[in-house]
Write a protein that binds this ligand. Structure first.
Ligand code: TTP
Ligand code: MG
Length: 358
């Protein structure tokens, strides 16, 4: 029988994301209510609130609310226009920090991501320590806080990240998942929209616990496949995988030496060859990259990766060669034979986009 390894999944969600980025740019906003969205035009403006900081939430302001209503609730707030370009850039930086902690990584919207960290930690205690480390790195590098949920699957992790906000960390072990979910409103489950919520209410189901104790056959009669899905989710069960989606995220090549080696000239020659191959792929796909990562495996299989993000996008071989060599040289030890090296580039923009930026 094959025993499946228990997964450990993180969901990371930035706190008051657009507003937090605005506060970082404008320190004078600190402590004030900040509302990011359409121009309020002294209450006559159209359009909605994209997000607001926690000070503004105290006044009842929420994402998606008409900006005119926000003005009524909190005219004294700082109103900021939406600067997507900036938030996208910050988002990319955050995703690059997060990605390196994960076996599998899934970016889920501008300020959220799932990380499968199963092979990185041995138990939930280590998972909690890793989550703290991630929060620390994001804060140190970006001066932004996030909330992290840790759980046995994506569903539980996502609900957990929302449980304590801002700057939260909620760990839900598999054996506690059902108990953790039970008191929460059914609306917290991903599939349950307003209509389903109403329908469930007429059946006497308000909390996730009510749903978990309901007869699953009745649920599938009333809601079809979604009914069965909802029931499983209410029991804390979700088998969906964390998966990379969308366009190419990285291009890499690696090589294992015929014999483990201390000949660093040979290692560097091979690095140049790998860089050349990687670059061919980059050019073929008309991409420009910004991040270079090298991987080194010593003879005892101890494996390290290290990245450097350049201050510009490039598609030049000499940039890649130089950066890869520099990163690799830091791993050369007179007493440690090298077994394998790898070169990877990531953080792409397409050639089309690069032209408009230049
Ligand atoms: P959220 O993570 O939902 O919100 P948030 O990060 O602002 O606050 P929280 O601390 O509760 O996580 O959304 C992320 C960003 O997406 C948010 O900063 C702005 C944008 N957004 C909209 O533009 N419109 C919306 O209706 C919502 C919900 C978010
Ligand atoms: Mg958020």
């Amino acid at each position: 029988m094959m025993i499946e390894k228990k997964r450990i999944i993180f969901h990371v969600d930035m706190d008051q994301f657009f507003a937090a980025v605005e506060e970082r740019v404008h320190p004078e906003y600190k402590g004030k209510p900040v509302i990011v969205g359409a121009d309020p035009k002294k209450g006559k403006g159209r359009g909605v609130v994209s997000t607001c900081n926690y000070e503004a939430r105290k006044f009842g302001v929420r994402s998606g609310m008409p900006i005119s209503k926000a003005w009524k609730l909190c005219p004294e707030a700082v109103y900021s226009p939406v600067n997507y370009e900036l938030y996208t850039k910050v988002s990319e930086e955050i995703m690059n920090i997060l990605r390196k902690y994960a076996d599998k990584f899934e970016c889920w919207g501008i300020d959220e991501a799932f990380l499968d960290v199963t092979s990185k930690v041995k138990d939930y205690a280590e998972a909690e320590a890793l989550a703290r480390q991630i929060k620390k790195e994001i804060y140190e590098k970006e001066r932004l806080t996030c909330s992290i949920g840790v759980g046995p699957n994506k569903l539980v992790a996502k609900i957990a990240s929302d449980f304590q906000k801002p700057d939260g960390l909620t760990v839900v072990r598999e054996e506690n998942a059902e108990k953790f979910l039970a008191p929460l409103p059914v609306r917290k489950l991903l599939w349950v929209g307003r209509k389903t919520e109403q329908k469930l209410k007429t059946m006497g189901i308000k909390t996730i616990g009510d749903l978990a104790h309901f007869d699953p056959t009745v649920l599938s009669e009333k809601f079809g496949v979604v009914g069965t899905q909802m029931y499983l989710m209410a029991r804390g069960i979700d088998r969906s995988e964390v998966e990379e989606r969308g366009e190419v995220k990285s291009i890499s090549r690696e090589t294992t030496f015929e014999e483990d080696t201390l000949d660093f000239g040979l290692v560097l020659d091979n690095a140049d060859r790998l860089s050349e191959e990687v670059l061919k792929d980059v050019l073929r796909q008309n991409l420009y990259f910004k991040t270079v990562t090298v991987k080194v495996r010593y003879e005892n299989f101890e494996t390290h990766t290290h990245s450097k993000t350049l201050p510009f996008f490039t598609n030049r071989l000499q940039d890649l060669n130089r950066t890869a060599r520099e990163l690799l040289e830091a791993y050369f030890r007179p007493d440690r034979k090298i077994r394998l090296i790898g070169v990877r580039v990531s953080s792409f923009v397409s050639g089309e986009k690069q032209k408009t930026l230049a």
